[in-house]
Each structure stands twice: as structure tokens, then as C-alpha cells.
Design a protein around this ligand. Sequence first.
Ligand SMILES: [Zn+2]
Length: 112
Amino acid sequence: MIMPINCPICAEPFINDFQNNYPGSTEWIRKSCRRRLDHVIVINGDPKNETSVNWISGILSSNICVIWWFSQKKITLQIKGGKECNDIPFFEPDFSNYKRLIEKLKTYILFS
Ligand SMILES: [Zn+2]
């Protein structure tokens, strides 16, 4: 998986906020968009090693919140105003094509 450098929604460069509370603890990166407060992706894992990601959460539209659990190989979808929480089959997120990513998630929502 390639870490997004720009916001997948509006292409604005992300501001990276590295959070590491103490040596040896799990590292976090909060990638927030300069344009919109609700364009945020949080990555939990070693930011220098893309294969060591534990989970990624993102608000991908005004009503869809997604968590990719890399260790458990599952995806949790939270839909505002709809069903509480859905687990869908795992796939790696491709943030380079936001439209396709949302379409894929919507298809899973429809059939879950
Ligand atoms: Zn954005």
C-alpha cells in the first residue's frame, strides 16, 4: 500500500502530524487536509515501513468512516445515520483513486 501524500478527496497536500508517546510505543501519523477539517486519515504503525501498518482510519465522505484492520484483515465501515457498523471483506485501500475507492466501498455497503 502506498501512503497518501495528498488528500485523496481534494488533492490538497496533507499535513503530517507524527505522534509517538514514548520510545518503543506504536507510532501514529495523523494526516490532515489543509482545506477541510473532516478530510483526515490516521495511520497506526511504523511510518517508515509501509508493511508494518496496524490500521488506517479515514473519514472518506461526510457520512462514511472506514477502518482498515491490516493485522486482522478486515474492514469496518461506519455509516452516519444508517446501519451502525459493517464488516466487509478486506482489500488494500488505493488512495490514488478516491472515486474508485468510494465506489468499491459503496458496492460492499449495498450487498452487506
Ligand atoms: Zn481534502
